[in-house]
Design a protein around this ligand. Sequence first.
Ligand code: FMN
Length: 381
Amino acid sequence: MSKRQLSLNFFIYPDGHHEAAWRHQASTTSRILDVTYYQELAQRAEAYKFDAVFFADGPALADNVRYAQRFRLEPITLLTAIASATKRIGLIATASTTYTEPYNLARLFASLDHISGGRAGWNIVTTSTPQATQNFGLPEHPPHHERYERAREYLDVITRLWDSWEDDALVNDPVSGIFADTNKIHTIDHIGMHFRVRGPLNVSRPPQGRPVYVQAGSSDDGRAFAARFAEAIFTAHQTLASAQAFYADIKRQARAFDRSPDQIKILPGISPFMASTQVEADRLQEEFNALIQPEFSRTQLRQMTGLDLAGFDLDGPFPRHLIDTSAAHGVASRFKLVVDIIDREKPTIRQLVQRLAGARDRRPAGKDRRQHPDLVREWSG
Ligand SMILES: Cc1cc2nc3c(=O)[nH]c(=O)nc-3n(C[C@H](O)[C@H](O)[C@H](O)COP(=O)(O)O)c2cc1C
């Protein structure tokens, strides 16, 4: 039997994933705009045999920036700098199909792939947060199915743009004076529902042909999109059973799209506290939790559950009966995930906040481990 190999991806949040990590004395807050900080992190990940580093992104400033580090350097720019400081590690940037144009993005990723010698990856998102709309002159955030419909056309266009130069179209021969073989450079002449793009691209075919396709949607549309196109899928689950069901569903759908299920890596997130002993790790977690700002927590919970918890006692039970489950709030999959935790664990408001702030749960020692995998990290704007 062939050996299976784990793929490890390092999801870098500038100051750590815990909402209050940036306030902890061990944090490196002063370096969040320092490119050498990210280069060093990526170098370490490379030395420790990680396959890729990954940056999340969204085209709007999240509402809760007052209390949490919620802005970031643009990922493709940052990964270009990381490319020059590393040799082997994959470089995955998030970019939205709803709020970019395929021509611009094709050029950016082709450039990253050329500059890094074929290490670019694209986390294809449709952007679930509506704030971006107002930055792009749209009357409203396009509905879910429309975003995925646009994403499918987007992928078709952008893939053809990367293919618009055949592999050997760039001749670059000063002796003959031929720079490029124009018989091997093609327009794409796309006219569709969302895009009109003539092509060809203004940069030659990237070393990989195109970046590795990564996806992280959990809805029915998102899963179908991922099963059809993605080579790696980021996902977040609270229980082993739901993670296994997700895995089985993606692999089944991949077969239906005539793909080999082995072509798709499923990458569940974990957000561990690491220390020499369990006691030290627990202490670290408590220190982080003590730094969470209650006001911030209330905003977070309002975004995730639709409930305004002003006036509620943080140490009282979470008022589950007030959540309107007939309407989705924020990211649908995240909403479900939070409601599932409330139903399963019946936490106080503070316990729920702490659970979500660290994006993890204590991992029980010994044989119980399999029933309680670590809480995993989702994207939170
Ligand atoms: C690990 C992980 C990382 C994600 N990163 C981003 C991101 O950077 N930007 C973004 O807009 N969405 C991000 N998401 C959210 C999903 O891509 C997707 O937009 C969301 O799940 C809504 O899609 P859905 O309705 O198909 O589930 C991430 C999700 C996960 C699990």
